[in-house]
Design a protein around this ligand. Structure first.
Ligand code: SF4
Ligand code: SF4
Length: 152
């Protein structure tokens, strides 16, 4: 899985909000010709659409019940936390704003996909200082980690 993620960081690396896209849905043909026009490389990247039918609408409540997670509902996805996060700079798959999004939407399958990255959080608190909504994303990350452990 780690290899697949590392490979994916190369494949489709130009895609904005790369975390939203499952690796298996990205197709990057080495050579693509459209009526005599070479559209190889980034211009040829195709993303298969997806349909999510399984949501766990209790996820956010579970996080709110854990210490630090109480204010996750305030998040308006500005991304300041991720921009301030030193771990996110080192690890492209670690993104506190995205974790919050996944939990709030109840994307349980996606939380399963990214759960191992939750523990990369260094609890430095820079995200909490940067958050304009007093979400305490540092606390939220700890709360998500607790929920993920309980789901094991
Ligand atoms: S507390 Fe965690 S999520 Fe927040 S800035 Fe530090 S490493 Fe990033
Ligand atoms: S900085 Fe606060 S409001 Fe903005 S995305 Fe992060 S947690 Fe949400």
């Amino acid at each position: 899985m780690a290899d697949a993620r590392a490979k994916a960081e190369e494949t489709g690396r130009f895609i904005v909000e790369r975390q939203y896209v499952d690796d298996r849905r990205i197709h990057e043909p080495k050579k693509l010709d459209a009526g005599g026009i070479d559209i190889s490389g980034r211009w040829g990247v195709l993303i298969e659409p997806r349909t999510i039918t399984t949501f766990d609408h209790t996820l956010m409540r579970q996080v709110q019940r854990e210490s630090g997670g109480e204010f996750i509902h305030r998040c308006f996805q500005c991304g300041n936390c991720t921009a301030a996060c030193p771990t996110a700079e080192e690890h492209p798959m670690f993104n506190p704003r995205y974790f919050i999004h996944v939990v709030r939407m109840g994307y349980s399958a996606e939380l399963e996909n990214v759960r191992k990255y939750v523990y990369l959080c260094a609890s430095c608190g820079r995200c909490t200082e940067a958050c304009p909504r007093e979400v305490d994303p540092s606390g939220v990350m700890a709360a998500i980690g607790t929920v993920v452990r309980k789901l094991s």
